[in-house]
Design a protein around this ligand. Structure first.
Ligand code: DWN
Length: 427
């Protein structure tokens, strides 16, 4: 199901060819363990009763003292995770707003030519790009169910992982590529060299490659340990991206920060033979980034405290006879629920609007995913917002419930309780 990792996938630290301990003067030549959450199920392995489950794998993070990349200690077989994928790019207002800003910013760097999107999910961004006037729009995605869904909306999708073969097919389908976009997919990939080779096939001298990755300093700041799961193989500072690009045809061109998903960076790359000078944001980001071993160790310590805090809070509510549910069956909900050891006795269900997740159970548990439409009528006393990155939107949507005395528990960036009649209180 998984393979173990011993070397840094960005700079090569830890390999016999690059024994960083000797070359960099670090006191170790091994990646350093910083967080261990034990065995966890695959975060999006939503299945119905009686269907086979994927099993469990370790969730441990290793830190590279040479380039500051943190990565999981294992790589789970990607076919097992992505062939059928339950996460559908949210059609939420927050996401639409983000896509609007993203397309506006990308347009400042590109012509309205062909676009290839790597990891095109259900095709929502492709549709945005087509509306924004881009020529040929082509998606690449390994999930059969999502590629089919996207094709129904009229866009071209190559149903495959991104590799040299699918890059060639995308080039054939799109003609010369003006823009490549890869949203929240790069840090999901184990073989970065292979990924970059695919980019080399797609990109010409003037192509802009736009890679959206989680902002690791925001993750450290908020202690969003629930974003550590088997899909997220890497936690990447821009410094590590620079180290990776050192031996390639590409360099960092521009970095833009967005609040989406708790904080993200859009990293724009250009080929080394492109005449445009890099944007000052590259140097500014490199200089302001503060990703250290000590920060990761503090993150791990705080994560354990938060798990205990939420578990105690929910168990004491249960003992008082309160009905507690979850809201948003995000991948993050799987991490929280399994880390806390919750069962149906603690959280009677998790509400979600995604068809692919409804009537399944939260991976690793017997907790059902319930249709979001039933939330108000079911009248829980407390709802844990596991889609905390969309909290403002969830709160506005369920305002009536709040008015009848319902209370939110928001677990990130602090475990806090929010009701209409209460001042915000920390658990
Ligand atoms: O990288 C990844 C990120 C970007 O997206 C993935 N590997 C998987 C996914 O992570 P996630 O599942 O934590 O993403 P979300 O978008 O935070 O998930 C939110 C969940 O909440 C979705 O299942 C949709 C649901 N939701 C809902 O039911 N009603 C969300 C909103 C806003 C709502 O109103």
């Amino acid at each position: 199901m998984y393979t173990n990792i011993v070397r840094c996938r960005a700079c090569g630290f830890g390999t016999p060819e690059n024994p960083g301990g000797i070359k960099s003067g670090q006191p170790t030549d091994k990646l350093i363990p910083v967080l261990d959450l034990g065995l966890h199920p695959l975060a999006n392995n939503f299945v119905k009763e009686g269907e086979p489950r994927a099993g469990f794998a370790p969730l441990q993070l290793l830190f590279c003292p040479q380039c500051s990349l943190a990565q999981l200690s294992v790589v789970v077989d990607p076919v097992q995770i992505y062939e059928k994928y339950a996460y559908v790019t949210s059609p939420s207002a927050t996401m639409r707003e983000h896509f609007g800003s993203l397309v506006r910013d990308i347009k400042t760097e590109s012509k309205n030519g062909s676009v290839v999107e790597i990891g095109s999910n259900d095709g929502l961004l492709l549709a945005f790009l087509a509306d924004a006037g881009y020529g040929n729009v082509v998606g690449i995605d390994p999930a059969k169910n999502l590629a089919e869904k996207a094709r129904k909306s009229g866009v071209v999708v190559i149903n495959d992982f991104f590799n040299e073969g699918s890059a060639r097919s995308a080039l054939l389908a799109s003609g010369e590529v003006d823009t490549v976009i890869a949203r929240h997919v790069f840090c999901h990939v184990a073989d970065w060299r292979g990924f970059v080779k695919g980019l080399e096939i797609l990109a010409s001298k003037d192509t802009v490659v736009c890679i959206e990755i989680p902002c690791v300093t925001d993750q450290l700041e908020a202690c969003s340990f629930d974003q550590v799961y088997h899909e997220h193989l890497s936690y990447m500072p821009i410094k590590a991206m620079k180290a990776l690009l050192n031996r390639t045809l590409f360099h960092l061109h521009r970095v833009i920060h967005y609040p989406v998903h708790g904080g993200a960076h859009l990293v724009m790359l250009r080929r080394n033979d492109c005449v445009m000078p890099p944007h000052p944001s590259v140097q500014e980001t490199l200089e302001s980034e503060n990703v250290t071993l000590e920060r990761w160790q503090a993150f791990a310590y705080e994560a354990k405290l938060r798990i205990v805090r939420l578990r105690d809070r929910v168990r004491s509510l249960r003992d008082m006879g309160k009905r507690v549910c979850g809201y948003g069956a995000s991948a993050k909900s799987t991490v929280w629920i399994n880390a806390c050891g919750f069962t149906k006795e603690d959280i009677y269900g998790v509400y979600d609007g995604t068809m692919e997740k409804q009537y399944c159970t939260i991976p690793g548990t017997n907790i059902p995913v319930i249709h979001e439409g039933a939330f108000y009528a079911d009248a829980a006393d407390y709802a844990i917002c596991f889609a905390w990155n969309y909290f403002a939107e969830c709160k506005a949507k369920q305002h009536k419930w709040l008015e009848t005395g319902g209370r939110w528990i928001v677990p990130v960036p602090e475990v806090r309780v929010i009701g209409l009649d209460t001042a915000e209180s920390q658990a």
